[in-house]
Ligand binder design. Structure first.
Ligand code: NDP
Length: 234
């Protein structure tokens, strides 16, 4: 059955791969983007997840074009790494506001229509760093760990209404976010991953489409690692 899907930050990287995977299986897919054009073949809505009015306007636009959002993928995210001693309060709150509060804004807005429909899927894109921590990533790790609490609380609140909320925790994925790392650091990272390589965004997308499908209807409050074995134990 075709669903209406909204992927935040779906204009590039992991979000784009997720949006394309849903589109390929015949779903109605909208992506948020902040500048430029929406990717070819996908319905784009301008949205900055740090702005509640912008989130409201984006959902209204998607509803008018594709119907109420049935599957929300809260993927938009940023990093702003530095060591704890050097991290400014602004650096901390800006990352939290995008990665965690942004996801909350979208989940809250989506939940009203999901409750009415008595069906919904929320998928939060976290990170292996959310559970394992990362030096220089106090802000990012806190935001990604927070998504686990969000998904599990939603599971308890809305689980009886046929709404699931899950977390996907990718390891190192080849996107703009990791492209900036020096080759020596990339080689070091590859060595630490049992799979011996980084993943492609499509390998995250496959898990997300599965979580949104009927086969995963009894999976909720889960944290699913897609990390080649990097974070084993969470
Ligand atoms: P990219 O940097 O390639 O893309 C980030 C996306 O988020 C872009 O679409 C960007 O939009 C969007 N975005 C950022 N801030 C906002 C905002 N305020 N409002 C709306 N959209 C915003 O990252 P990835 O594709 O690599 O990462 C996607 C998600 O996966 C992130 O949450 C990231 O933390 C997570 N992740 C990534 C990993 C990796 O190795 N790459 C590993 C683990 C998790 P715009 O184009 O307008 O900037």
């Amino acid at each position: 059955m075709a669903r209406t899907v909204l992927v935040t930050g779906g204009n590039r990287g992991i979000g784009l791969a997720i949006a394309q995977a849903f589109a390929k299986q015949g779903d109605r897919v909208a992506v948020t983007h902040r500048g430029g054009d929406a990717p070819e073949g996908l319905f784009g809505v301008r949205c900055d997840v740090t702005d509640a009015e912008s989130v409201e306007a984006a959902f209204t636009a998607v509803e008018a074009e594709l119907g109420p959002v049935e599957v929300l993928v809260a993927n938009a995210g940023i990093t702003d790494d530095t060591l704890l001693l050097r991290m400014s309060e602004d650096q901390f709150t800006r990352v939290l506001d995008t990665n965690l509060t942004g996801a909350f804004r979208c989940a809250k807005r989506a939940s009203a229509k999901m409750l009415r429909a008595k069906w919904g899927r929320m998928i939060f894109i976290s990170s292996v760093v959310g559970l394992a921590g990362g030096a220089g990533q106090v802000n990012y790790a806190a935001s990604k760990a927070g998504l686990v609490g969000v998904a599990r609380s939603i599971t308890r609140e809305l689980g009886s209404r046929n709404i699931t909320a899950n977390v996907v925790a990718p390891g190192f994925i080849d996107t703009d976010m990791t492209a900036g790392l020096p080759e020596a650091r990339r080689a070091e990272i590859r060595k630490s991953i049992p799979a011996g390589r980084m993943a492609s965004p499509d390998e995250v997308a496959g898990v997300v489409t599965w979580l949104a499908g009927d086969a995963a209807g009894y999976v909720s409050g889960a944290v699913i690692p897609v990390d080649g074995g990097l974070g084993m134990g969470h």
